[in-house]
Design a protein around this ligand. Structure first.
Ligand code: PMP
Ligand code: GLU
Length: 397
């Protein structure tokens, strides 16, 4: 019997990736499973980005890169932060990593000592809690629900602060709720944190481009807080580059240096070809991103329209990202005569096995009354999936 390290017992497997794996396995067995569990654009990476990667290979970008990423890429990210987000991070405060996922764990490992608390508004992206635990920190949840558009109030967040609070982490647009904080809301959160100079703010902005309600706003734009804000971003969502594994941060210099030290021992830096592709993406036209976002917007409306017809789903109107996150608790305690639905996990399994549609339970997002649908797939599949779901849910009494 192999005895694994006890740190493995502290965390659970990523539920988004577990459901995606399960639906791939069922598809391999020949089942017609529609996968609405994994959050990734169903679009191809734009051609000019692919071309830049091919050119990078031919031009010999095949060696180790600087641990923090190529200088010209970091300069381009610095300019992008300034131009698009009003953020001041010079190139020596930028660290490029193997996906935003690694960017986040780099930051948490750099900041947290055992027992340090990190405030996480729920619903949150599945990996925040587990990455905090891996870093020996303690997640402290601030709950919000569908009636408040899944956005906690400033006073709710402030009430969670203790002398052990080290950081606050959130995403806007939010995975899994699609909620988007307005500039005023971010200002009010920043103003509150101004009173607590030892707390760092980790702002995950990976869905910045997938925003249906206006300009993206960054919390790091406010001068009185900017020295404590770590901004997370990456190429996966806005540029349809999930497989390339390229993320980045802007951070206070000390934190950027700590991430460099860690990353130098973990990965030596992000893939050279992906870095050249990211450079082309950030310097190139945003037209493909805008077109993709239009498609997500249209699908959001399609999905919301169809889901309104499903009895018992309580929905917010997501302002961004590509998820809907209904409260489905009205189904708990119901049965089709064979299966009793006790919780969101039971409901996901019931839907997977009866409707052949894969979704993710809200418990791993800190919201056990909900389930998450990713609508980053074709209109035809969405229409078919929701039709099937409606049918099997109508059997629950
Ligand atoms: N943050 C959020 C909110 C996400 O949804 C994702 C998607 N996996 C990530 C970070 C990580 O993205 P990646 O590692 O693909 O850059
Ligand atoms: N961020 C995506 C999701 O939430 C990708 C899977 C993951 O990395 O968790 O589904």
């Amino acid at each position: 019997m192999i005895e694994l390290a006890s740190r493995l017992n502290r965390i659970v497997e990523s539920n988004t990736l577990r459901m995606a794996k399960l639906s791939r396995e069922l598809q391999a067995q020949g089942k017609d499973v529609i996968n609405l569990s994994l959050g990734e654009p169903d679009f191809q990476t734009p051609q000019h980005i692919k071309d830049a990667a091919k050119k990078a290979i031919d031009d010999g970008f095949t060696f180790y890169t600087p641990v923090v990423g190529y200088l010209d890429l970091r300069q381009t990210i610095s300019e992008k932060f300034k131009r698009e987000n009003g953020l001041d991070y010079p190139a020596d405060q930028i660290v490029v990593s193997t996906g935003a996922k690694q960017s986040i764990i780099n930051v948490l490992l750099s900041l947290l000592n055992a027992g340090d608390e990190v405030i996480i508004p729920t619903p949150f992206w599945v990996s925040y809690s587990e990455m905090v635990k891996l870093s020996e920190g303690v997640p402290v949840y601030v709950h919000s629900n569908v009636t408040q558009d899944y956005k906690p109030t400033v006073s709710q967040i402030e009430a969670a602060i203790t002398p052990k609070t080290k950081a606050f982490i959130f995403s806007s647009p939010c995975n899994p709720t699609g909620s988007v904080f307005t500039k005023d809301e971010l200002y009010n959160i920043a103003k509150m944190f101004e009173k607590y100079p030892n707390i760092y703010i980790i702002s995950d902005e990976i869905y910045e481009h997938i925003n249906f309600i206006g300009k993206h706003e960054s919390i790091g734009q406010f001068d009185f807080i900017k020295d404590r804000v770590i901004t997370i971003n990456g190429m996966s969502k806005g540029f349809a580059m999930t497989g390339w594994r390229l993320g980045y941060i802007g951070a206070p210099k000390i934190i950027a240096q700590a991430c460099e030290k860690l990353q130098g021992q973990f990965t030596s830096g992000a893939n050279s070809i992906a870095q050249r592709a990211a450079l082309a993406a950030l310097k190139g036209s945003l037209e493909p991103t805008i077109e993709m976002t239009k498609a997500f917007h249209r699908r959001r409306d399609l999905v919301l329209g169809l889901m309104k017809e499903i009895e018992g789903f309580k929905l917010n109107i997501p302002g961004g990202a590509f998820y809907v996150f209904p409260d489905v608790s009205s189904y708990f305690g119901k049965s089709d005569g064979t299966t009793i639905i006790n919780n969101c996990e039971d409901l996901c399994m019931y839907i997977l096995h009866n409707a052949n549609v894969s979704i993710v339970g809200g418990d791993s997002f800190g919201a056990p009354e909900c389930v998450r649908f990713s609508y980053a797939t074709s209109d035809e599949k969405l229409v078919e999936a929701i039709k099937r779901i409606k049918e099997v849910l109508s059997k629950l009494k």
